[in-house]
Ligand binder design. Structure first.
Ligand code: TXA
Ligand code: MG
Length: 328
């Protein structure tokens, strides 16, 4: 594990460049933001992003926030930045506000858990901003804690929790805001609060009027994994139990397999292989795109061969069980 101490206001450019090179090479850098420490990867590199989930040991995938250093980058990653988004960006960016917007095609599906929306934020911490600028890429970053732990607000928290697994930790001292950003959904007619955070509701309402708050128990997600939000294919999904193989006669079937399966695949109209070499990271990186392609192929059913439930395999199977459960 490598830790570099940086000044939170005037970090040395060579330290920032060192970190940026790691991100450009597909590595993972923990870095300070004004809210909490983030676990950052190149947001346009799906395999690097898969490593974030591996390090977080989350038993499911969660959509990530994409961090940008300028409003121009947003036009690349979002297909629509409307007047409300503009007003909020003018008023509160850089700062602890995340906006959920329609996504563009260049954002990999693993970043958004297959959703057609993307969460975007421009952080105000100098170290975060300079890291994004030097990298020249948007940076996907969840809070730098393992699943089930609280968000880290110092580099020591990061070192204790996941230090051994990241390529670099930029230690910029403690995070001034100390709670995560406020997350707003701007994809509907009403501005909706998805997560209270470092920017107050009052400040937001002073700029865009009433914000919808999900009050009713039924409206509120019980856990992040149950957010309204997770991509589910429209086509029924069936997990193939050990030994069973092949569609029923007359069925228009697709197959999602982890590695190239042995046996006759001609009965399947479309086959998606998650990783030709059996690499779980690559498999995770390809999961949502493969599901999307199968879903678009006008099939009666998508058969899935189970993935080993170790490491990222657990998160992959969590998504697949959910997809199967909701349709069978
Ligand atoms: O302050 C922060 O936001 C920190 C720093 C590092 O920027 N990041 C952070 O990320 O807290 P994370 O992954 O721990 O939380 C992101 C939140 C989750 O609640 C996730 O469900 C939500 O944002 N989110 C991300 N993309 C979304 C989307 N497309 N639609 C709805 N919610 C989304
Ligand atoms: Mg978090």
């Amino acid at each position: 594990m490598k830790v570099i101490k940086v000044d939170s206001k005037t970090p040395k450019i060579e330290d920032i460049r060192f970190a940026a090179d790691i991100v450009k090479d597909g590595g993972i850098v923990a870095f300070p933001t004004e809210t909490v420490y983030g676990l950052g990867a190149d947001a346009l590199d799906p395999v690097a992003v898969a490593r974030i989930f591996e390090i977080k040991k989350r038993p499911s995938f969660d959509p990530l926030i994409v961090h940008v250093d300028s409003i121009y980058t947003i036009d690349e990653i979002s297909s629509s930045f409307d007047e409300r988004a503009n007003i909020l960006a003018e008023a509160f960016w850089p700062g602890p506000l995340t906006m959920v917007l329609p996504k563009s095609d260049i954002v990999p599906d693993i970043v958004t858990s297959g959703l057609d929306t993307v969460a975007v934020r421009m952080p105000s911490h100098v170290v975060a901003m300079e890291l994004i600028r030097e990298t020249g890429r948007p940076i996907a970053a969840p809070s730098a804690n393992p699943f089930g732990y609280i968000s880290p607000t110092t580099a020591e928290h990061v070192i204790e929790q996941i230090g051994g697994e990241v390529d670099l930790i930029l230690d910029g001292g403690s995070c001034p805001v100390g709670v995560e950003s406020t997350v707003l959904d701007l994809t509907g007619d009403e501005v909706t609060l998805l997560r209270p955070g470092g920017l107050s509701l009052e400040e937001i309402e002073s700029m865009v009027g009433d914000v919808k708050i999900l009050n009713a128990e039924s409206e509120r997600p019980h856990s992040p994994g149950q957010l309204p939000s997770h991509y589910a294919p429209r086509t029924p999904v069936r997990i193939l139990e050990d030994g069973s193989f092949g569609p029923e006669p007359g069925q228009k079937a697709g197959l999602l397999a982890f590695t190239p399966p042995e046996g006759d695949l001609t009965a399947y109209l479309q086959v998606e292989i998650l990783s030709s070499t059996g690499d779980l990271r690559e498999g995770a990186a390809n999961l949502f795109s493969s599901l999307h392609r199968l879903d678009r192929a006008d099939l009666d059913v998508i058969y899935v061969m189970a993935v080993p439930e170790v490491g990222l395999g657990r998160a992959i199977m969590d998504r697949l069980y959910k997809a199967a459960g909701s349709k069978s």
